[in-house]
Design a binder for this molecule. Structure first.
Ligand code: PLP
Length: 384
């Protein structure tokens, strides 16, 4: 039997006629860029994520860059983020001229450690070289960061809070989505994400209309938006009046059309992922360290990540059994050559230890019990 790490084909079989029809509709109307599906999708996405507005863009990396650009984050500013995350979280910070400050994570959830965040902000303030401006909390592997504590820290230090929910879109804490606490929630529609499209895509959710307008300008080369035209007349297409330096970061209409269909089954898929995670937790308890979820949290289980002291040995064994696995992430950001020069106050021992031990097992909403039992048996059969 061939076991998929993420079975996108099973999902497609479920909704193929609807996806085919949605794509055909775009081909028929021809509005490939910023077509009607984009606006409809933004409205539905905002509704799902309990935000006032959603702004789609080209990918989940730009989704983090857009609010940083809109807030005019730049040289001399510090943006605090975890090191145990995908590159994009930190990558966008030097784009703006600001510096990422790497903060350690909690050993059980792998999400930002509020105590260490507080200490890192104090260290940067004491040093006086950088001004703390933004915190980027990541919903790693699908589960919400400790937003009540992180948002309280952000407020006390007058900092902005980004929820990088590329892996966690749809997750909740005490039934609330991250936007309840964050200034923006960002996400990625990379195909393997819990809510993915058939290419690249991303979005920013916010309750701030003015911020949405500025990001709308930035995603289309700094075009003039309504606020820019107050008190002046411009008799041409406002996209030819450039009021700020922007970028080209739009979600393709075809991807929006696909996402609209996928969104209709997303809540059901999140439920199915809970069943799969529960089966793993029960079957693997004692053999490996199974993931812990924050109290009151619901993970969307982008990954099911366990820990084993001999991670590489387990991965090699699983391969012989036909079970795919992956190490997310084997090298934390603060140890990657281009990022090693950025501040990492207090060190990051938890991130470094986790990087050596984590191994993600196949996880998706369509993982059946029989296949999952084979995976569990394969893990239990490793005597490294
Ligand atoms: C935590 C995190 N942030 C940001 C991104 C960037 O998303 P994209 O690949 O769509 O640019 C990813 C994607 O893998 C991610 O996992």
């Amino acid at each position: 039997m061939s076991i998929a790490f993420i079975d996108l084909a099973a999902q497609q079989r479920r909704i193929k006629p609807a996806i085919d029809a949605a794509i055909q509709k775009v081909l028929a109307h021809g509005g490939y860029v910023m077509g009607p599906e984009v606006r409809v999708f933004e409205a539905r996405l905002a509704e799902f994520g309990k935000a006032r507005r959603a702004l789609s863009c080209a990918n989940g990396t730009d989704a983090i860059a857009l609010p940083l650009m809109a807030w005019e984050i730049g040289p001399g500013d510090a943006v605090f983020c975890p090191s145990f995350t995908f590159t994009a979280t930190a990558e966008v910070v030097p784009w703006t001229g600001a510096e990422p400050v790497f903060v350690d994570v909690l050993p059980d959830t792998y999400n930002l450690d509020p105590g260490k965040l507080e200490a890192a902000i104090a260290a940067i303030k004491a040093e006086g070289r950088l001004m703390p401006k933004v915190i980027v909390a990541v919903d790693l592997f699908g589960q919400p960061a400790d937003y009540p504590k992180i948002a309280e820290i952000a407020q006390r230090h007058s900092m902005k809070l980004i929820a990088d929910s590329a892996q966690g879109f749809g997750c909740t804490l005490d039934s609330k989505h991250p936007i309840h606490w964050a200034d923006v929630t960002t996400t990625s529609f990379f195909p393997a994400k819990p809510l993915g499209c058939y290419g690249d895509g991303g979005a920013v959710l916010t309750n701030d209309d003015a911020l949405w307008d500025v990001m709308d300008s930035l995603r289309v080369h700094g075009k003039a938006v309504a606020g820019d035209l107050i008190g002046r007349s411009f008799h041409h297409d406002p996209k030819y009046l450039n009021t700020r330096i922007g970028m080209n970061s739009r979600l393709d209409t075809i991807q929006a059309a696909i996402l609209l269909e996928k969104l209709t089954i997303f809540a059901d898929e999140i439920d199915a992922r809970q069943t799969v995670a529960a089966r793993y937790a029960e079957g693997l308890a004692g053999a490996v360290k199974v993931p812990a979820v924050i109290e009151g949290g619901v993970s969307v289980w982008a990954q099911y990540t366990v820990e084993h002291d001999d991670r590489d040995g387990l991965a090699a064994h699983l391969k012989t059994q036909g079970v795919p696995s992956a190490a997310y992430y084997p090298v934390p950001m603060h140890l990657q050559a281009p990022y090693a020069r950025y501040p990492q106050p207090g060190g990051l021992p938890v991130s470094e230890a986790a990087a050596d031990k984590v191994i993600a097992l196949p996880m998706h909403a369509y993982l059946g019990a029989d296949t999952q039992n084979c995976i569990i048996e394969a893990v239990l059969g490793y005597n490294g």
